[in-house]
Ligand binder design. Structure first.
Ligand code: PEP
Ligand code: MG
Length: 586
């Protein structure tokens, strides 16, 4: 029944864009209450036996859901269930939970809770959203396990009737896969973050969602009218008719724009005067690969391999890495994949590879510096990439190169890795292209020297801006000073392209600048050959590219380079884009 229909507006984290309008349907996903109590020593084997049974039941349940989903939705998103099955099958889980039961002499449910808490504490200290959210996957699986242990069934999603908005304390990735998109317009949750699998899937399946709302479940009742603005993270409850009309209008506009953008998918990334700028996707995890094709990209311009190394106590061996790279290369074929060698250190921590305490980690032992200190590890990664490249087209590139000796040392590790494979009689792609990230000012200044020794440059504008302007890229207080259009950055980009082209090699960009249409006329005008960005950014960049003649962009870039501040460049660009290429930014 409808509630008192109190009007209110709540804010959370926009997890998946789009506007959804529907009636609230509450889903009970509250956490189980678990009591902890001591057990007799003789009871320990009984509790361990209960744990083993519950693990078995949970596994069977996940396999059943997996089979059902495979029939209903095909194979594309089953990796989520596979990831949950892997967590269940991890020997550490059984070891640690059994350890709690035996050493603390407590019941199995409490031992599972302790294990989960320990894990989440570990993850909460990690300065990486993606990894923190992986901790939540473990929480989801443990909750399912607890339900089996306590005989409290995990309710399937209620059958939605009419267009509804699901409202829950939390929703698992499995819940999202089971959503019937003809009935469910969107969802809102108390918990969750942008990088959780739940949010990633919502974006992949284009279901508008707002998460991390703290107490949306207490603010809503079944039957309330709800409007979600998934891009802005806004939830309107029982809006008045005027607000509702505004949202209905915006929804029509949004849906229309999305349809128009989808039409671009098959169109080539060409300017009206015939210049081709390859648009690619950046990926951190394989789940993102289908989104590149779905958004009309051609291959992967930056595959960040560090996630394979983080979130664990041991390092991945050659076979594990080979399997991961092979999967990505196969999924992207026939398009190329640019694989960046390990870039940990700085703000990306890896438990198994700690450079020790450093006063200044951003300027410390990170990226290729760390790889060069661990040649065994480095060659293992290089061998895995070289082998996997036979399955398609891989290019490999080194992060944080600051000078020639570093580049030469990295290339000699590559030569050794090839020699090792040859000695083992293992086939590999000898012609794999080798490039470097340009993300340190010294690399810009000697770009001409570096260009003679590599096949391509890829500018990492995120770090290049950080190091050129001396602005910590993750310091919120300094955010206004982090200026991509700073004249120093524009001049650096010009230097890099010119040095690359003088040496006959490609100049690419894989930092965030590549995905913002505002910067496109400059990047195009300067002559970049490839832009790699978050997959969802591709359609808007492509749309502007197809309206923006290269010749005009060259003039815009030249003029922008005469401006003396970022603010001047920005207002000049806004004006030019609106008047010359009839595009606006709202
Ligand atoms: C960059 O620095 O621009 C880049 C793409 O690398 P990361 O963001 O992984 O440091
Ligand atoms: Mg970088």
């Amino acid at each position: 029944m409808a509630s008192a229909r109190t009007k209110s507006v709540l804010h959370g984290t926009g997890a998946s864009p789009g506007i959804a309008i529907g009636t609230a349907q509450m889903v009970d996903r509250s956490r189980l209450r678990v009591l902890e109590f001591p057990i007799e020593a003789g009871q320990v084997p009984v509790e361990i036996g209960r744990l083993a049974l519950a693990l078995d039941d949970t596994r069977r349940e996940l396999l059943r859901i997996r089979d059902e989903l495979a029939v209903e939705r095909g194979a594309e998103h089953l990796y989520v269930i596979d990831a949950h099955l892997l967590i269940l099958e991890d020997s550490m889980l059984v070891r640690e939970v059994t350890g709690f039961i035996r050493d603390e002499e407590i019941n199995a449910e409490a031992a599972i809770r302790r294990f989960t808490r320990k894990f989440l504490e570990h993850f909460s200290g990690v300065d990486d959203d993606y990894l923190r959210e992986r901790g939540r996957d473990i929480e989801t699986v443990m909750e399912r396990l607890l339900r089996h242990m306590t005989g409290t069934p995990h309710h399937p999603l209620p059958r939605a009737t009419g267009r509804c908005i699901l409202v829950a304390h939390d929703l698992s990735p499995t819940d999202i896969l089971q959503i019937d998109a003809t009935q469910v317009a969107g969802f809102v949750t108390d918990l969750g973050g942008r990088n959780a699998h739940t949010a990633i899937l919502a974006r992949a399946l284009e279901i508008p969602a707002v998460v991390g709302m703290a107490s949306v479940t207490s603010a809503l009742r079944d039957g309330d009218l709800v409007v979600i603005d998934g891009a802005r993270g806004i939830v309107e409850i029982n809006p008045d008719s005027e607000t509702l009309e505004t949202y209905q209008r915006r929804k029509r506009l949004y849906d229309h724009q999305e349809q128009e953008l989808t039409k671009l998918r098959e169109l080539p990334p060409l300017t009206p005067d015939g210049y081709r700028l390859r648009l690619q996707g950046n990926v951190e995890f394989p789940e993102e690969i289908p989104a590149i094709t779905a958004h009309g990209g051609q291959g992967i311009g930056l595959y960040r391999t560090e996630l394979l190394f983080m979130n664990r106590d041991t390092l991945p061996d050659e076979e594990e890495q080979y399997a991961a790279y092979a999967a990505v290369i196969r999924a992207a074929a026939p398009h190329p994949v640019s694989i960046r060698t390990l870039d940990v250190g700085g703000d990306k921590l890896c438990g198994a590879l700690h450079p020790g305490d450093e006063a200044n980690p951003a300027l410390g032992v990170r990226a290729v510096r760390l790889s060069l200190r661990e040649p065994e590890l480095f060659r293992t990664q290089l061998r895995a990439i070289l082998r996997a490249s036979l399955l398609g087209t891989a290019r490999l590139f080194f992060p944080m190169i600051s000078g020639l000796p570093e580049l030469r040392a990295a290339k000699s590790c590559l030569a050794e890795a090839k020699a090792e494979l040859t000695a083992r009689g293992v086939p590999y792609d000898d012609a794999v292209e080798v490039g470097i990230m340009i993300e340190i000012p010294s690399a810009v200044i000697i770009a001409d020297l570096l260009a003679r020794e590599v096949d391509f440059f890829s500018v990492g504008t995120n770090d290049l801006i950080q190091y050129t302007l001396a602005i910590d890229r993750s310091n919120e207080q300094l955010a206004p000073l982090y200026e991509p259009l700073h004249p120093a950055i524009l001049r650096s980009l010009k230097t890099v392209v010119e040095a690359a082209h003088a040496a006959g090699i490609r100049a690419c960009i894989c930092g965030e600048m590549a995905g913002d249409p505002l910067y496109l006329p400059i990047l195009l005008g300067l002559g970049f050959d490839e832009l790699s960005m978050s997959p969802v950014a591709i359609p808007r960049v492509k749309r502007l590219l197809r309206r923006c003649p290269k010749e005009e962009a060259t003039k815009v870039a030249a003029r922008a380079l005469t401006c003396s501040t970022a603010a001047q460049v920005e207002s000049y660009l806004q004006g030019e884009i609106a008047s010359r290429f009839s595009e606006s930014f709202d």
